[in-house]
Design a protein around this ligand. Structure first.
Ligand code: FES
Ligand code: FES
Length: 154
């Protein structure tokens, strides 16, 4: 069956079953491999993308439910250059292997954008709560939290 999606601002049509996870459509059909597969059951956060601006696990989102919505992946997060979260993560060398980072970037970017629109920096408890569902296998969590706070202050 055909499914019409808008991904990173581009219209696309993919042929697959209704229940195919959005993650596989992004990675296998569209070649957007920045979004990672971790657990496949909504427990690790590695596959997080935005659907209509809301961070969402793509591994347990069937493609039919994304049809007609705007999907944003890490490849399409900004129109021009890195997002402040990405800049902070790089500047503070917050990542290690980077496997978790695209999901964390997508969650954190939404959080930082919201805080900046309110004209206030994020607190550590806020960031820790938001990232609670994101597992970093390298244990870089503390550096990542610091980088997200820094991005909100920029
Ligand atoms: S791969 Fe989706 S939450 Fe782990
Ligand atoms: S940096 Fe390796 S999993 Fe997070």
């Amino acid at each position: 069956m055909d499914h019409d999606l808008t991904v990173n601002g581009e219209q696309c049509r993919v042929e697959c079953s209704d229940t195919t996870p959005l993650l596989w459509v992004l990675r296998d059909a569209l070649g957007l491999t920045g979004t990672r597969f971790g657990c496949g059951v909504g427990s690790c956060g590695a596959c997080t993308v935005w659907i209509d601006g809301q961070p969402t696990h793509s591994c347990d989102t069937p493609v039919w439910s994304a049809a007609g919505h705007h999907v944003t992946t890490v490849e399409g997060l900004t129109d021009a250059g890195p997002h402040p979260v990405q800049e902070s993560i790089i500047a503070m060398q917050a990542g290690q292997c980077g496997y978790c980072l695209s999901g964390i970037v997508m969650r954190s970017a939404a959080l930082v954008d919201d805080a900046r629109s309110q004209g206030r920096p994020l607190t550590a408890p806020e960031v820790r709560e938001a990232l609670d569902g994101h597992l970093c296998r390298c244990g870089a969590h503390n550096r990542i939290v610091a980088a997200v706070i820094e991005a909100s202050e920029a």
